[in-house]
Design a protein around this ligand. Structure first.
Ligand SMILES: Cc1cc2nc3c(=O)[nH]c(=O)nc-3n(C[C@H](O)[C@H](O)[C@H](O)COP(=O)(O)OP(=O)(O)OC[C@H]3O[C@@H](n4cnc5c(N)ncnc54)[C@H](O)[C@@H]3O)c2cc1C
Length: 482
């Protein structure tokens, strides 16, 4: 029985580890944090709060991308998924638009609101679908399909280096419509200009065709379930275990001040390639840029927001003073406190995040860059966080009058916080920046530099729950067929 050591218990590592353990491999997962899950974790706060670290909406829960993996790992039996009423809501000074989950409902509503753009709307949704179908084919392509690449995958080829902004400008005239279609760009990237249209297509189509979902009780439930599958099949999941060296057939880690070395036939890394090769002492130069990060404000409300404000959107984006994607992109060059923001109100769904149903949990989020925090003293860092907390609560109060009255606690987490907890370059949760230049690659899970080394996670196929879970499945399949 081959011994597989997985470095890092993010979603990619946990998925690969669980599938391999179930297949009969001897699996050891080593995680430096106190809990498994990486970005897919929760933490507790006094007053009965379970705080969601990251998940707002997961796509593809019942879709082809992950269905087989979830069924095989018993996810549907052990994890409860809840669906909000809509995909997202966007509000500017002049605009309030709620985007339905359902593709047909979204098209209908958009055409009704922007009848002059009907042809372009239909073309846009058609393109999202076609590009997605081509990607699905590409994942399982036969030699003859590769040989016919320019014909079989002609849309992928055509839009390979197109940015989402370029496509928007080519297709639509209405600036408001362009902004609406990109309201959730912060889920994937920083500027609309910097986002590959291929990624935009894959991600948005997945949400439009299957909806966005939340995991009842928090994403930790999902990560813990995957870890339990590893253990049930005789594997080990060790937390507070920081890997310090990856050799050809051994992995060394620090655990409770002890240095431990274990033998390995195969190593799977959930880390960035540069971090992995540094641990393996293999020379490597990274040419690609990491993605941006996210600033999050975690808020515990001593009253249930749904009771106080009634039915409101679950995932909202508030862009005051922003009228088009040009202004949206320009906004990201301004100071953090000047930026628009998203607000996820978990009281709108059966989130299971508070032990007391009269309380609720919510999150403010905006795009963040590590460079904005890097050179600050500890004191300046804390001051900046405190200033941002006040400024964003002021903004939130414009949308939810007197909301401060209901707050029991509020905490700011920055790009630096993400870097501290999951140790990623740039404090990103999204791997390499999904720019038109960087995004399109055939996923490489097998290292070209060491025979028995594999990669999973956001650095393989891009960030997000479904892509990292898929990377784990692809890695598992390659190991099983090698
Ligand atoms: C605030 C926020 C909001 C998000 N919202 C969404 C959303 O709504 N929808 C969505 O789909 N996605 C969302 N994401 C993105 C998604 O959570 C991530 O892309 C995904 O979980 C990353 O998974 P991964 O497999 O790359 O592992 P990671 O989460 O990067 O985990 C890597 C693991 O490796 C461990 N590690 C690092 N170094 C070592 C070492 N030397 N030894 C041992 N272990 C080590 C880390 O501790 C970590 O646990 C969000 C992320 C964040 C942070």
């Amino acid at each position: 029985m081959k011994h597989v050591v997985v470095v890092g218990a993010g979603l990619g590592g946990l998925t690969a580890g669980a599938l391999l353990a179930k297949e009969g491999y001897s699996v050891t997962i080593l995680e430096q944090h106190t809990v498994v899950g990486g970005c897919a974790t929760t933490f507790k706060r006094k007053g009965g709060y379970t705080c969601e670290v990251g998940l707002h909406e997961m796509d593809a829960v019942y879709g082809d991308r992950v269905k087989e993996t979830f069924a095989s790992l018993g996810v549907y039996e052990h994890v409860t998924f809840v669906q909000p009423d809509a995909f997202y809501h966007i509000a500017t000074d002049e605009l309030a638009f709620t985007m339905p989950h359902d593709r047909e409902a979204a098209i209908e509503k958009l055409v009704l609101t922007f009848p002059h753009e009907k042809k372009a709307i239909l073309e846009y949704f058609g393109l999202l679908e076609t590009i997605t179908r081509e990607f699905e084919q590409l994942m399982t392509a036969s030699w003859w399909q590769y040989a016919m690449f320019p014909f079989v995958f002609r849309h992928i080829l055509k839009y390979r280096t197109t940015s989402t902004k370029t496509l928007m400008e080519r297709l639509f005239k209405d600036e408001t419509l362009k902004l609406i279609l990109n309201a959730n760009v912060g889920y994937y990237s920083d500027k609309v200009e910097n986002l590959s249209f291929l990624l935009h297509s894959l991600a948005q189509h997945s949400y439009y065709s299957g909806g966005g979902w939340y995991i009842k009780g928090g994403s930790q439930k999902f990560s813990d379930h995957l870890a339990s599958v590893v253990r049930q099949h005789g594997g080990e999941v060790i937390t507070k275990a920081t890997v310090t060296q990856i050799e050809a057939h051994a992995v060394t880690y620090m655990h409770k001040k002890q240095t431990i070395t274990i033998e390995s036939d195969i190593v799977i890394s959930n880390l960035a390639p540069a971090a992995t090769y540094a641990l393996a002492d293999i020379p490597y130069h990274e040419k690609r840029q990491p993605a941006s990060s996210i600033l999050t404000i975690y808020i515990g409300f001593k009253h249930n927001l749904k009771t106080v404000y009634g039915e409101k959107p679950y995932a909202s984006f508030f862009f005051k003073g922003i009228h088009d994607i040009e202004a949206y992109d320009a906004m990201l060059d301004s100071a953090i406190e000047e930026r628009g923001f998203g607000f996820t109100d978990y009281s709108q769904i059966d989130s299971g995040l508070t032990s007391d149903p009269d309380k609720s949990f919510g999150v403010i989020l905006t795009t963040d860059f590590l460079v904005e925090w890097q050179d600050l003293s500890k004191e300046a860092y804390e001051q900046k966080k405190a200033m941002l907390l006040e400024r964003f609560l002021d903004k939130l109060e414009l949308e939810y009058p007197n909301i401060r009255e209901y707050i029991e606690f509020a905490e700011v987490a920055t790009a630096k916080t993400i870097q501290r907890y999951i140790k990623t370059p740039n404090g990103t949760a999204y791997g390499f920046a999904p720019t038109p230049e960087q995004f399109f690659r055939i996923p490489q899970v097998k290292s070209k530099k060491r025979e028995n080394l594999y990669f999973v996670g956001a650095w393989v196929m891009g960030g997000g729950f479904s892509p990292t879970i898929m990377s784990g499945k692809i890695c598992y399949e390659q190991i099983c067929t090698t």
